[in-house]
Design a protein around this ligand. Structure first.
Ligand code: ATP
Ligand code: MG
Length: 248
């Protein structure tokens, strides 16, 4: 399996606080990888490092090598806008722009200098399994959609830019079970085209959708492997304890 995204000897600290300790991890192309581990272990920090979200924090220190295929994601010559176009991100809380449904997709395309015609907007909404629900309300403010619809809109906005990777940080944690299952179906369908890394606290969700699972603890990767193996035959005692709910 070809590696799409990777971190080598990655260390991250904020001021005096060392948050990620020598992370080595590789995500395979067109697979879904789940990042699991107790609160505060560094899952979001790792995810965010791949699209340079820590650039905004002056006290963040990042050492190591992060790559998208051969591209060094922290190379001075690569504009961060290009990285964020190729590596999209979806957050825990849906964050549509305060604009219409249509504009939410078109605006993202426009600022990235991509064609933003009706057909492109429709295609993105189709791809995010949202089109049928919104096709008659494209001018409605996106904030009037349900939480699950807003999250699918954010996914549509990400896929509209034709990224190669989509990072998702607990995308379903604010959603009801029905909306959650819809997003899970969507994520499984997106993997035909995109490489997906998803942080989740939901162990059933990881087992339903992820090909691989990475278990993190206190800023380190403790175990990684095929999801079946991690959940049915973990090699690390801490993984076993975490997935059976002893802590976290
Ligand atoms: N910008 C920052 N400045 C200072 N500390 C930070 C910053 N971002 C993250 N941290 C710290 O890094 C550690 C890891 O946080 P992170 O958000 O990555 O954990 P997480 O595994 O995603 O947890 P959760 O499951 O609760 O979302 C925490 O101790 C957090 O306080
Ligand atoms: Mg987090």
């Amino acid at each position: 399996m070809k590696t799409k995204l990777s971190a080598e000897n990655l260390n991250i600290s904020f001021g005096e606080k060392h948050v990620l300790n020598n992370i080595n991890v590789a995500f395979a192309e067109k697979e879904i990888t789940a990042l699991i581990g107790p609160s505060g272990c560094g899952k979001s920090t790792l995810l965010r490092s791949f699209n340079r979200m820590h650039d905004l924090f002056p006290d963040a220190r990042i050492n190591g090598t992060l790559r998208l295929e051969d591209l060094d994601l922290y190379s001075k010559t690569v504009p961060v806008t290009e990285i964020r176009k190729r590596i999209g991100m979806v957050f825990q809380k849906a964050n549509p722009f305060p604009k219409s449904i249509y504009e939410n997709i078109a605006y993202g395309l426009k600022i990235n200098n991509l064609p933003y015609g009706k057909d492109v907007v429709e295609k993105a909404l189709q791809e995010a399994y949202l089109w049928d629900e919104v096709k008659n309300d494209l001018k409605m403010p996106a904030t009037r959609l349900s939480g699950g619809q807003q999250q699918r809109l954010c996914i549509a906005r990400a896929v509209a830019l034709r990224p190669e990777v989509i990072l998702m940080d607990e995308p379903c944690s604010a959603l009801d079970p029905v909306s959650t299952l819809k997003i899970e179906e969507l994520i499984k369908h997106l993997k035909e085209k995109y490489t997906i890394v998803i942080v989740t606290h939901n162990m059933q969700q990881a087992q339903r959708i992820a090909d691989k699972t990475v278990f993190m603890y206190l800023g380190e990767v403790k175990e990684e492997g095929p999801t079946d193996q991690i959940f049915n035959n973990p090699k690390n005692e801490m993984t076993a304890n975490y997935i059976s709910g002893y802590f976290g």
